[in-house]
Design a protein around this ligand. Structure first.
Ligand SMILES: *Cc1c(COP(=O)(O)O)cnc(C)c1O
Length: 386
C-alpha cells in the first residue's frame, strides 16, 4: 500500500511504539498512585509533558493531556464560552476550520452565543481587514487554524493573534496539522512574535498513537486563561480534565514530539522535495490545478482539481494507493468539502479533487507509482466521459 493520506492520520513511528511498550506491559500502575510503581508511571508522564512543552516553547503546567484534538478543541471553546460570557457572547472563526471547531461553534450558537464564520479568499487565506472588521466589543475569542488539513494553506496567525490581542480578545489556534511539521512556538508565532492563548494538537497526526492529544492553555501572567473544569472526577490534570491518565499514549505523544523536534529540519526538506515532484508531475495532466495558496502552504500537502473526474471514482481506481477527497474527516458525510466550497469551487468541482498528503515514510518510489496510476485513472475516466 502506498500511503499518501498523512493528514488523515500517520503511521505510528516504530521508535514511538518502542517507547510506549513498557507502559503497555510492565509499568501498568496508575500515575496517581503514590507507591513506587505509580511514581514510575508519573515520572514518565512528567518527561512526556516536558517533551510536549519543549516542542511548543511553553511551561509544563500549561499542557493538558486529552484524548485528541477534538477533545482539546471542545474543552477550549466551551470553556472559554463559559468563563468569559460575562464579557460577551461573540466568537470569530473561519469557514474553512475543521469540523471539530465548526460543530462546537454550532453547538454554542444553540446556547445563545453568536459566531461569525469568516470567508476566505479564493486561495484559502484570510484577509486581515476582514478579521479586523469582525472583532466587536462583545467578542471573547478569535479561533483560526494554523494549517488547513485539506489544502495545507497556512494562515497568517501571528498577525491575526495581534489583531485579537489589540482588541483584548483571546486567540486560539487548532494547530493539529502544524505541530511536528512546522516550528510552532506559543510565544512567537512567526516574525511578529505574537502569542497564542490556546492551542490544540493531536498525537496521531505526528506519528504518535491515536486517542491522545493536548491542549495548551496559557497560564503565565498577565495573560492567564481561565477555563472551567469540564470533566469532573478525581481532579487529574490540575482539575481541568479528570480521569486516569493514558500513560502509554502520553509517553507516545511525548516521544513523537521529541522526534519531531529533532528531525523537522531534515524531514521538511525531503518531504517538500517529494511533494513538489509529485505536484509538478500531476500538473502535467491537462485540466488540473492546485487548490489553495501554493506559497503559504504546508510542504507535505497538495490538493489538486482534476477536470471531469469524480474523486470517489478516482479513489476507487487508485487501488493500493491511499489518498483522500478532502471530506474524509467527515467520513459519514456525502457533502462536498466545505473547505473547497469556501475557496469558491462549485459542487462538481469540489467533487473532482484529491488531496495527497506525504509524510516521514513516503518514498520516491511511492511518488513515481502514484503519478503513473493517477495518469491512468484520469485517462480512463475521461475516456468514459468522451
Ligand atoms: C485531525 C484533525 C483534528 C481532529 O483530531 P483528533 O485527534 O482526531 O480528534 C482537528 N483539527 C485538524 C486540523 C485535524 O487535522
Amino acid at each position: 500500500m502506498i500511503y499518501l493520506d498523512n493528514n488523515a492520520t500517520t503511521r505510528l513511528d516504530p521508535r514511538v511504539l518502542e517507547a510506549m511498550m513498557p507502559f503497555l506491559t510492565d509499568v501498568y500502575a496508575n500515575a496517581a498512585s503514590t507507591h513506587p510503581f505509580g511514581v514510575s508511571a508519573s515520572e514518565a508522564v512528567k518527561t512526556a509533558r516536558q517533551q510536549v512543552a519543549d516542542l511548543l516553547g511553553c511551561e509544563t503546567h500549561e499542557i493538558i493531556f486529552t484524548s485528541g484534538a477534538t477533545e482539546a478543541i471542545n474543552i477550549a471553546l466551551k470553556g472559554v464560552a463559559e468563563s468569559y460570557q460575562s464579557r460577551g457572547r461573540h466568537i470569530v472563526t473561519v469557514q474553512t476550520e475543521h469540523k471539530a471547531v465548526l460543530d462546537v461553534c454550532g453547538y454554542l450558537e444553540t446556547r445563545g452565543f453568536e459566531v461569525t464564520y469568516l470567508p476566505v479568499q479564493p486561495d484559502g487565506l484570510l484577509d486581515l481587514e476582514v478579521v479586523k472588521a469582525a472583532i466587536r466589543p462583545d467578542t471573547i475569542l478569535v479561533c483560526v487554524m494554523l494549517v488547513n488539513n485539506e489544502t495545507g494553506v497556512i494562515q497568517p496567525i501571528h498577525e491575526i493573534a495581534e489583531l485579537a490581542h489589540e482588541a483584548g480578545v483571546l486567540f486560539m489556534t487548532d494547530a493539529t496539522q502544524a505541530v511536528g511539521k512546522l516550528p510552532v512556538n506559543v510565544d512567537a508565532m512567526g516574525q511578529a512574535g505574537a502569542s497564542v492563548d490556546l492551542l490544540a494538537l493531536s498525537g496521531h497526526k505526528l506519528y504518535g498513537p491515536k486517542g491522545i492529544g493536548a491542549l495548551f492553555v496559557r497560564q503565565r501572567r498577565p495573560n492567564r486563561v481561565k477555563l472551567p473544569a469540564l470533566l469532573h472526577g478525581g481532579g487529574h490534570e490540575r482539575g481541568f480534565r479528570s480521569g486516569t491518565l493514558n500513560v502509554p499514549g502520553i509517553v507516545g505523544l511525548g516521544k513523537a514530539c521529541e522526534l519531531a523536534g529533532q528531525e523537522m529540519p531534515v524531514q521538511t526538506q525531503s518531504i517538500a522535495a517529494l511533494r513538489d515532484r509529485l505536484e509538478a508531475a500531476l500538473l502535467q495532466i491537462p485540466g488540473t490545478r492546485v487548490n489553495g495558496n501554493r506559497e503559504h502552504r504546508l510542504y507535505n500537502t497538495t490538493n489538486i482539481y482534476f477536470e471531469h473526474c469524480d474523486s470517489d471514482a478516482m479513489i476507487m481506481g487508485l487501488e493500493g494507493i491511499a489518498v483522500s477527497n478532502g471530506s474524509a474527516c467527515t467520513a459519514a458525510s456525502i457533502d462536498p468539502s466545505h473547505v473547497l466550497l469556501a475557496l469558491g469551487l462549485n459542487e462538481t468541482e469540489a467533487f473532482s479533487c484529491l488531496r495527497f498528503s506525504l509524510g516521514r515514510f513516503t518514498t520516491e518510489a511511492d511518488v513515481a507509482a502514484t503519478v503513473k496510476a493517477v495518469k491512468e485513472v484520469v485517462e480512463g475516466l475521461r475516456a468514459l466521459v468522451g
